[in-house]
Design a protein around this ligand. Structure first.
Ligand SMILES: NC(=O)c1ccc[n+]([C@@H]2O[C@H](COP(=O)([O-])OP(=O)(O)OC[C@H]3O[C@@H](n4cnc5c(N)ncnc54)[C@H](OP(=O)(O)O)[C@@H]3O)[C@@H](O)[C@H]2O)c1
Length: 280
């Protein structure tokens, strides 16, 4: 889809991948409705783009609330350029042992990472169906395919979102709205705590720059790819986990002691902080 002159809604626009996506989008001529809870960060993003910052409309909203979804829908209705692409990139992470994860964090994770994109998509579908063609993109994760120790609620949310997007793609296959599931692997952003960064280094897990991830996501959006998993060996692991999960069970069993040794480095309060505060 040519992006010049159309509007793209990006949630998680203040995040590492979101900001890189916004920069790519404005450089290709799109108008961007940039959503985040932190108004200052949204304005800083727009002003950092100079002249092109005019293409960015900050929409300060919490996607996990009914009022937040309502104000995003209003901003889309009022957009001068028609919104034809919706990119769901907002999410909260959290790494740690399941038993010590706060119930409030589990709930917030499912609310933000799974329910919010579904409810926002549902609310925006009337607008999207009125366009000659439209795309709804879930920024997924390799952990939406591979259950990983220490990431129980995040995996639950991303697996759920992947199922929902697969079902939506099939339910709307004869329509003008396309649903895409595009999955980064580990990416260098504030999403990951220092402990997770250290664990990735210890396990020699490749970590991508957010700009590289945004460039791949944009390519998949332009080419209307239904699915994308970024990176080797993640592409292979995702397939292996689907076809021969016992092999991945064994590989992760081998890493379990190392992974578990990092659980306590993410204190439980920071899991709550990640979901409940607007500061980082
Ligand atoms: N980083 C990775 O390793 C990695 C790997 C695979 C997939 N992903 C996926 O990539 C996407 C972007 O991640 P990232 O690395 O860019 O994360 P990030 O830097 O932590 O950014 C997260 C974004 O989500 C927004 N957000 C969180 N809760 C929100 C809420 N309730 N309402 C509105 N906005 C909310 C944050 O905005 P405010 O704080 O301003 O609200 C921020 O813009 C996520 O879907 C993530 O699951 C990331």
């Amino acid at each position: 889809m040519a992006l010049k002159g159309i509007a793209v809604l990006v949630t998680g626009a203040t995040g590492g991948i979101g900001q890189a996506l916004v920069r790519e989008l404005v450089s290709q001529g799109a108008q961007v409705l940039a959503v985040g809870r932190r108004g200052e960060a949204l304005h800083a993003l727009a002003s950092g783009l100079g002249e092109r910052g005019r293409q960015v409309q900050p929409v300060q909203a919490d996607v996990a609330t009914e009022s937040g979804v309502a104000s995003i829908v209003t901003a889309c209705r009022q957009s001068v350029a028609p919104v034809r692409v919706v990119i769901h990139a907002a999410a909260i992470g959290g790494f740690g042992g399941f038993e010590s994860t706060q119930p409030a964090h589990i709930a917030a994770s499912l609310q933000t990472d799974l329910l919010a994109p579904l409810l926002l998509t549902q609310a925006l579908l009337p607008l999207l169906k009125a366009q000659p063609n439209a795309q709804v993109v879930a920024v997924g994760s390799a952990l939406g395919h591979i259950g990983y120790p220490g990431q129980v609620s995040y995996c639950a949310a991303k697996f759920g979102l992947r199922g929902a997007f697969e079902a939506l793609a099939r339910e709307y296959a004869d329509s003008t709205v396309q649903f895409q599931w595009l999955s980064p692997r580990a990416t260098r952003t504030a999403f990951n705590s220092a402990a997770v960064d250290e664990l990735n280094a210890r396990l020699k897990t490749a970590v991508d720059a957010p700009e590289a991830v945004a460039a791949q996501l944009m390519g998949a959006i332009r080419n209307r790819r239904a699915r994308l998993q970024i990176g080797w060996p993640e592409k292979l692991f995702v397939r292996l986990n689907g076809a021969f999960p016992a092999l991945v069970d064994r590989a992760l069993r081998g890493d379990l002691a190392v992974i578990r040794s990092f659980f306590n480095r993410t204190a439980t309060p920071s899991l709550l902080a990640a979901s409940n505060t607007q500061e980082r």
